[in-house]
Design a protein around this ligand. Sequence first.
Ligand SMILES: [Mg+2]
Length: 226
Amino acid sequence: MIQCAVFDIDDTLYLERDYVHSGFKAVGAWMESEWGVDGFADAAWALFLSGRRGNVFDLTLAALGRGDLQAQVPAMVDYYREHTPHITLLPDAADTLAWLRPHLPLAAITDGPAASQQRKAHALGLVGLLDPIVCTAELGPGNSKPSPAAFVLVQDALAASGSQCLYVADNPGKDFAGPKALGWLTVRVRREGSLHESVHSGDDVDHESPSLAALRGILEAHIEWQ
Ligand SMILES: [Mg+2]
């Protein structure tokens, strides 16, 4: 029986594209005040929506005719990662955490720069609701997903065996191999508008759903409700 529920954050509890948009706006405001650059956020967002990833800041500067600011890109990336994001839980995620909370300990395991992930957790109201919130970047090199390291850590923190743990996440490329190797139940949420929506689930996914609304039904066979 499942004794604890562990969640990914990005594209599981909120849409990561909302964080990207929030970051572009923050960087855009800074670029305008610092360097007199107009229209940065809108141009960067248009590039993101067209599928550009990884070098959006360079491309945006080029598109705006401000290639002279190329040397500022590392500072822009820092600013993006350390901005206070304006993001909110998706309604089905908020509902799910609220109804699960009285029944099970809840926790999170998330990849990405620790400074960014901690700010996301605060902005989403997850601090205190999920415990522990494990940022894999803080565990040292080689411990981000698909490594099982963070999953072992959560098992130990919650005094649970693998077969008593549930992981809910969105990215079949890295999220599920670690917990599945430890015997966890895995649920993939495949949200419309999420970054990995088009990627098909592998054998390490036990259940797939377009939102978290289906989680209660999925868990009926795995939980003794208290
Ligand atoms: Mg994710």
